[in-house]
Design a protein around this ligand. Structure first.
Ligand code: APR
Length: 254
């Protein structure tokens, strides 16, 4: 039965049985970490309700007030280090374990809960909270692991080259990371799943249409989250429910 654009409770949908040649692309958003205790961006108590984007997450914000930017990201480091992966993260790790190179997880999240659950094939398109880099684009130093907190001007670390260290985050107005690898995986996808993303931020919100448009009616596209996202029209199915309930029963893995 055709399931084009069906929207309903997750348990009304069948568990998908994957074929041997299926390639699964999963895009995750802030919603997958909600049940671990991390706030989303756009819900009532979301991060952008408490902070103006332009004050903390733009290149201009960094130039204007690096101390405020580091206080914001230091607080997020603290918060993210106090939570644990949930059942949805663990189910996605099992998916990767079963599918190996026929699976890719692209996340808009900067937390490391997917890795802590066991996923290795993860692309962080908006950066990584526990990494920093040199602010000088000409500096050869690669982004590096960094769990420290920088809360005052004096505590902001400096690179060996003398420039300041900034969080390894893709800010508003910047091109997301890993776009070549993401596009090549999207072009292979036969099953595309978005979990916990409002569909309000591009280019991630356009991935579902790209998969559909480049492959005709072939790929199956599924959204998982408690409410239909802004780009719900582009999905074959919107399985409404919490990530921890809907993701573990999405696929049967042999
Ligand atoms: N399970 C699944 N989804 C959930 C849950 C849950 N338990 N709780 C909430 N959600 C959904 C909400 O319904 C919402 O659609 O998660 C979504 C979160 O949306 P946003 O806050 O907009 O987060 P996201 O789409 O990841 O934001 C994209 O915007 O601000 C930038 O760079 C930031 O990566 C972020 C990007």
């Amino acid at each position: 039965m055709a399931q084009y654009n069906r929207i309903g409770p997750y348990n009304e949908f069948e568990t998908l049985t994957l074929k041997n040649d299926d390639y699964v692309f999963v895009l995750s958003g802030a919603g997958v970490s909600v049940e671990s205790g991390l706030a989303t961006f756009r819900d009532g108590d979301g991060l952008w309700e408490k902070h103006r984007i332009e004050d903390v997450a733009t290149p201009e914000a960094w130039r204007r007030d690096p101390e405020l930017v580091w206080r914001f990201y230091s607080a997020r480091r603290k918060q993210a280090s106090q939570v644990e992966p949930n059942a949805a993260h663990r189910a996605l790790a099992q998916m990767e374990e079963a599918l190996q190179e026929r699976f890719l997880l692209c996340t808009q999240n900067v937390d490391n809960l997917h890795e802590r659950a066991g996923n290795k094939r993860v692309l962080h398109m908006h950066g990584e909270l526990f990494m920093s880099r040199c602010e000088d684009p000409d500096c050869m130093r690669a982004p590096f692991s960094d769990e420290r907190y920088y809360e005052t001007k004096q505590s902001i670390a400096r690179c060996e080259c003398g420039a300041r260290i900034l969080p390894h985050i893709c800010w508003f107005g910047e091109v997301p990371f890993h776009m070549n690898a993401i596009m090549s995986a999207l072009n292979k996808a036969t099953v595309f799943v978005t979990v916990g993303s409002s569909g309000a931020v591009y280019p991630a919100a356009s991935f579902v249409s790209h998969v559909k448009n480049s492959k005709g009616s072939g790929p199956t596209t599924i959204y998982v989250g408690p409410e239909p996202p802004d780009n719900a029209y582009a999905f074959d199915q919107c399985r409404l429910g919490k990530a921890t309930e809907a993701i573990p029963r999405l696929f049967s893995l042999r």
